[in-house]
Ligand binder design. Structure first.
Ligand code: TEU
Length: 545
């Protein structure tokens, strides 16, 4: 554990730049705004920031559609601003991890402009083109993740191009070695500029074989990632995290195993997807099932115990707010936000805080489709209401699981637009910013920020928190989550109540401990033994003494 990489001791923080802090009043967050808030992150004890895309982009998908990988979108700033962000963050001990979106580009990228000119353009093969099916129409029935066919017809050259997301996000053709070389060169260009690593967007899709209908986990995925590693990451002390919705525990080891030579870790989504409806996916809310959630979390903790490394997260820019999904965003908002933090950060892995989670920001309740901005939500609204879903039902689903929940502006203070902008924000500020905001939480020594700061400090200080093994208890209990971490003689026992009721339970042998509460959301508990009464959303982590 002495030689463990730095990112195993780090707490990460995700910034969605569009919604973080606007320095110039245009209603859109920007890089100078981020720089002005670096002290907030340093105070939280953040080790690295995952910065969602800031590259040049027509913003069809808020930057996940890149038109120039070596430039910054004007609404976010300039390359000089980016260099300043990297330097100012570094001065505070914080690394900046860029979002690498290379499964697809924007259709406004120079490569695609060239590619669609003619079938023999040198860039044609940077993208995936196919003839129409023999009887006409799309080459096959692959569907886009944003709804509708994954193929769009391009008049000028009479072929279809593949887009697994919006039609403005054409898939890059990883089978082309020149394209791969161009991406590796670009990655090195950013690494040489001082970025601390990459978060790799939908990286599990790059090895696809669309003719065989294979999209995720294609045959060339791991060979490509090893090649990328050799060409870019090797020998550099950086952190990489691949977004992999398809990852199983076995698959995760292929990416992050010590012999794999690919990535530091992946974002796995099994714990998220277990909460989705089998048939209708995320658009149909399903009652919260703690036993199911624990089963998945435990499976991942156990599978990556000896090798590989977990990422730990409740939320990101594509997901609902943690406290609304897994806690209580009303009466027990503050205690339940702390409970979720303790339970997640005490597990083995690198924890990611999504902006606003550190103050317990909640989902927003929109009443009309016109309030939504997200391309995925708007596309599915069109498709599902045309297929007979009532507007009311769709709204309920979007309010529960839609991506805009995570994208309402960061709530800095109680002023008009929450201190996010002096102008008109690109998406509405949650009206609850009058009470839920950074200034108010900071003013409370017992606030949620203080709780997260403490967890980040414990992670740096305690080897058992970083490297201890994980043993679950009370696995079938529908209201409580319990586990112990052990390393040599050290032990941490964690017990948490996921309900707003008082729950009493007999502490199982093994979990029982007395010592010191190192992370807790109620005072006065420094032992777990016999029968305990857990208060609403109570969580405690006790370090054995
Ligand atoms: O998301 C991957 C992805 O598959 C999403 O469509 C996801 O399934 C959905 O939003 C879950 O609710 C990544 C980025 O994180 C997302 O913001 C981008 O829109 C997408 O890739 C395309 O780049």
């Amino acid at each position: 554990t002495d030689h463990a990489p730095w990112w195993q001791a780090a707490t990460a923080y995700q910034i969605y730049p569009r919604s973080f802090c606007d320095s110039d009043g245009d209603g859109i967050g920007d890089i100078p705004g981020i720089i002005s808030k670096l002290d907030h992150l340093a105070d939280l004890g953040i080790g690295f920031v995952w910065l969602s895309p800031v590259y040049a982009s027509p913003m069809a998908d808020n930057g996940y559609d890149i038109s120039d990988y070596r430039d910054i979108a004007p609404e976010f700033g300039t390359l000089a601003d980016m260099d300043r962000l990297i330097a100012e963050a570094k001065a505070r001990g914080i690394g900046i991890v860029m979002d690498l979106v290379v499964n697809h580009s924007s259709d406004e990228h120079e490569w695609f402009r060239q590619a669609r000119e003619s079938r023999d353009n040198p860039y044609r093969d940077y993208y995936v083109w196919r003839d129409p099916a023999p009887g006409g129409g799309a080459p096959n029935d692959l569907q886009s993740n944003f709804g509708g066919p994954a193929w769009s017809y391009d008049e000028r050259t009479g072929q279809y191009y593949l887009h697994l997301f919006d039609r403005k996000q054409p898939d890059l053709n990883w089978q082309n070695p020149e394209l791969r070389r161009a991406i590796y060169d670009m990655m090195n260009w950013w690494l040489d500029r001082g970025v601390a690593g990459f978060r790799m967007d939908v990286i599990d899709l790059i090895g696809k074989d669309p003719d065989a209908g294979i999209i995720a986990d294609g045959p060339d995925l791991h060979p490509f990632l090893r090649e990328m590693h050799d060409a870019t990451l090797k020998g550099r002390d950086v952190v990489t995290v691949g977004e992999a919705w398809s990852a199983t525990t076995e698959g995760a080891l292929k990416y992050s195993g010590r012999e794999a030579g690919e990535l530091s870790m992946v974002f796995q989504f099994a714990h998220i997807v277990q909460g989705w409806d089998e048939k209708h996916g995320k658009w149909k809310p399903k009652p919260f099932d703690l036993v199911g959630l624990k089963r998945v979390l435990t499976e991942w903790q156990v599978a990556l115990a000896q090798d590989g490394w977990n990422s730990l997260f409740w939320s990101n820019h594509d997901l609902p707010r943690a406290v609304s999904k897994y806690g209580d965003d009303g009466r027990f908002r503050v205690v339940s936000a702390k409970m979720l933090a303790t339970v997640l950060h005490m597990m083995k892995g690198t924890p990611y805080i999504y902006q606003g989670e550190e103050i317990g920001m909640t989902n927003i309740r929109f009443t009309d489709i016109s309030q939504f901005r997200d391309i995925e939500t708007l596309n599915f609204h069109r498709i599902q209401t045309a297929a007979g879903v009532t507007p009311g039902d769709f709204l309920a689903g979007a309010n529960s699981n839609g991506r805009d929940n995570a994208r309402t502006p960061m709530q800095w203070d109680a002023s008009d637009q929450a201190g996010f902008t002096t102008g008109e924000p690109w998406i509405e500020v949650n009206p609850n910013h009058a009470t839920i905001n950074v200034a108010a939480d900071r003013a409370d020594p017992d606030g949620i920020i203080a709780h997260y700061r403490e967890l980040a400090g414990l992670r740096r200080a305690l080897p058992v928190m970083r490297h201890g093994d994980y043993t679950p208890y009370l696995e079938d209990h529908p209201k409580l989550m319990a586990y112990a971490r052990r390393l040599d003689d050290a032990q941490i026992s964690v017990l948490a109540n996921f309900t707003g009721e008082t729950v009493s339970a007999d502490v199982p042998e093994g979990l029982a401990v007395s010592g010191r509460a190192i992370s807790a959301n109620y005072p006065g508990r420094d032992a777990l033994k016999g029968t305990v009464e857990l208060r609403p959303y109570e969580a405690v982590a006790i370090l054995a003494e």
